[in-house]
Design a protein around this ligand. Sequence first.
Ligand code: C5P
Length: 413
Amino acid sequence: MLAGKRILLVIGGGIAAYKSLDLIRRLRERGASVRVAMTNAAKQFVTPLSVASLSGDKVYDELFSLTDEAEMGHIELSRDADLVVVAPATANLLARMAQGLADDLASTLLLATDKRTLVAPAMNLRMWLHPATRRNVEQLQRDGILFVGPSDGAMACGEFGPGRMSEPLEIVAAVETALAGETLLPLPKGAMTSGSLSGRRVIVTSGPTHEPIDPVRYIANRSSGRQGHAIAAAAAEAGADVVLISGPVEIADPKGLTTVHVETAEQMLAAAEKALPADIFIAAAAVADWRVAEARSEKIKKSGPTPTVLSMIENPDILATISMRKAGRPGLVVGFAAETEKVIGHAQEKLARKGCDLIVANDVSPEKGVMGGTSNTVHLVTPRGVESWPEMSKSDVGRKLIERLATLLERQS
Ligand code: C5P
């Protein structure tokens, strides 16, 4: 998908610059050519020699270089690319971009380009959360600059939080999306995403369901509710009025939203219908497909005859029921597809069968450790195509999904 594409990579001066070396490799592996400009500060972290060896080209670093200007002027350099990528984008570089400063080659290229620019911020979390950076990021978003990350994580400075540069493969995925002309790239986390769903109502189902056999025994599955709860929390963070309908889980109710606790699929459907109307409905629950036809009202005694057969009947499909509603269908209906094989194929089939707008597909083979785990690798499947995201925390999946849905919803109205 990147074959023949020309990327101008601007490396800023941060510790995350070491990841940019891998980014160059990953982009070139996919057939892109990469031309690199480095700030002076960047050269404190990685050497121009390593960058040049990996990019297979000279490194551009001087604004007033007679040789460079004779060979290729900085204006030409900034335009002779399909996409400009800034990684790492430091607080200082973002501030200079937001102000339109052109005091070195990197900032001049960023000001002179007529191509889309994708930035991958990386900085200490206090710097990322500082009102000055918030203002700069908001300004850059208004200017049409695309963002990937930052994500949460441990930092070189020993702190933990937002500010870590996205992993190279995540940036590659964002590059592909940006080059495909998509305008739906995830927004960065923080103040600028809050409010993107204000005035909207979101319903999320999460966790497993328990289908009773008798008052003490039930049929269940391994869902922890972590992904659904993270999505609900992200929607609340983005300013939505959220109703989370949760099956029995061991994790806490997220803050800032209403949680309705249910046990069975039938209760979950009733709670979902009661919570309507909504702008977005997200079915992240692992609903039991069947329930015991005649659950006993008394405990089945061991001393009695062994129940050799449990006769089962199908549960209502909550996602399909909400999605197929003639009146009061939410603007966006999102389902999940937990599969152990042919993940994307099954998701495409499910999208059509259940009539929803988007399916988040994930591989739940035991070796992936998704069920009950804290990270997830998902594919977004829509009638328009498939977008694969690299592995990330379930919180990051939640935030990115909500940002994406907020944009889709905005387009609808
Ligand atoms: O058919 P399958 O269970 O694989 O579909 C998964 C999707 O459908 C998930 O979004 C899940 O929440 C939803 N679902 C539902 N009600 C059911 C079964 C699945 O809402 N009874």
